[in-house]
Write a protein of this length. Sequence first.
Lengths: 383, 298
Amino acid sequence: MDLFEYQGKQYFARYGIAVSAGGVALTVDEAVAQAELAKYPVVIKAQVQVGGRGKAGGIKLANNADEVRLHAKNILGMDIKGHIVKRVWVEHASDIAEEYYASFTLDRSAKRHLLMLSAQGGVEIEHVAVVDPTAIVKLHVNPVEGLSLDAAKRAVVDARISEKAQDGVAAMLLKLYECFTKGDCDLAEINPLILKPTGEVHALDAKVTLDANAAFRHPEWDEYRETEELDEREKLAREKNLQYIGLDGSVGIIANGAGLAMSTLDVVNQVGGKAANFLDIGGGANAELMTAALEVINSDTKVKSIFINIFGGITRGDEVAKGIVEAMKRVKLRAPIVIRLDGTNATEGRAIIAAAGIAESQLISRSTMLEAARSAVEIAGKK
Amino acid sequence: MAIFVNEKTKVLVQGLTGGQGRFHGLRNRDYGTQVVAGVTPGKAGQDVEGIPVFDTVESAVAATGATASFIAVPPKAAPAAILEAARAGIGFVVCITEGVPAQDEARVFATLQRDFPKTRLLGPNCPGIISPGKCNIGITAGEIAALPTAKGPNVGIVSRSGTLTYQALYELKQRNIGVSTCVGIGGDPVPGTSFVDCLAEFQSDPETHAIIMIGEIGGTAEEEAAEFIMTHVTKPMSAYIAGVTAPAGKKMGHAGAIVSGGKGTAQGKMDALKSAGVKVGLNPTEACELMAQIIASM
């Protein structure tokens, strides 16, 4: 789950990381009120989960209420790379002496935490990695031992952070590490991490991705759910507890298992079509689940055919077939179904579908993944 | 032979009295697996259809001589369950639990590495392992796996995805190709057992003559496998990578399946495997057809 900058800063503040005084605003009036609280001059920042806000005009400095009004009016509703700005963050403008970069992630290959630190902040770290890879210090941290102050200090020296900022940055790294681990982040990134002329070290931006699997021990995350940017189909799927990702093709997909669902997308693409979604119905593909899945797919007006790809392991083919027949009675579908049923009790399942007497124009059964994909794509029309 | 588990493996089930543990534990026993004990704190003295239940892994091991553990407990309890099994001296732990936080997985892995190097963890969030005809731990339906033949050639399977593992087992069975062992390593960010671990075992297993590998987008495990294959694997291989069409920045069901910052793409993984001499199919069926050709030429 990706957080907006303002949420990331509030999350950082929980772990004692210094951030600017500020507040979030949904309207121009609210922005002015937040500016008064934060004290002028203030920076007004578009809250979108995409890079390049500054270049798009989504970050502006304001010295008084009139300027706040002008900029907030322009920024709210702005389209930044397809993301519409619904909120702005208004914070007291900081004087900047130097800009650094710091982040923690999990290095899956090393199975260790990874600190990345650079004295070159405020620009894309991917850019630094290409232009001057030696400017980024990478330090692996053993998840059991954690990050020691000594190790943090060494990293700071290695990254050639100015001497006057070294203690402050090292202390900041310990706090960021705590936020990353105790806060169950997949990513905790500060860019830029700034040194003020007064000598304080301060997080000027926040990029935080939370691990959804850890939500059970973070009741404070509930509020982030409300601001998640999901399309209508994804919202409906979440209500029904389905693993769904909206895409932009015309073949609706239902499969059991994440791997098989991904593979179904691939096969549809291979035969010249394009999937409308990823949907993993999971293990128990009964009538309830199948009805819910078909309702979600049916809400997508771009869908011209529905490819149900089920491999029976523990999920039995006859139960899946019953589920589909029952679901088709409950949902009036706008597109025909092509089903491929294989594995445990597939023969019985196919017999149940045949016996249900559903017209070929509504339901076609195919024996392999590839054949089913071809039929589904044929009905939907090529991409 | 077979890898990791065989007819001598004695399995205890942590969470045997729960819904999942009971269902799969009994299925594993029905398959012929030696399921010797269950562990649920506070339920010592009870039994599940004749399988005795103990309070701790330690007491279960002492009473039954269990050598492997099958963990089917909720995500909150899984990290402690894994470490309890390791502390009791269990050598092979299979954890099917889905939804364990990545930070917990990283800590558990590092703890095993430091304090219990003799314990191998498979998973979390994996379908388990089956050595057909000998031992089945996890959620795989045993009947879709073909038995290995004495003369061979037999195939070893290693996969990050559950249903695609079943698909591969099923397709091989339809082609009458025997399977030595099929390992599902799971789709999480920090799997206890990697592709490389399994490839190394298959390479030295005399009963395995060829290997199928099924990967997916995200991470660099397939690229590391390709590097290992180039230098250490002489047995012929075919592979499939799921997620060619997956959009960047979206987790495709599994916590570990995500293309981010241009890394972890299916194409990159397929290219790496091809240059290591692996025959790569564009879908699971094609990968199994390629394997059938390999087997026919042996």
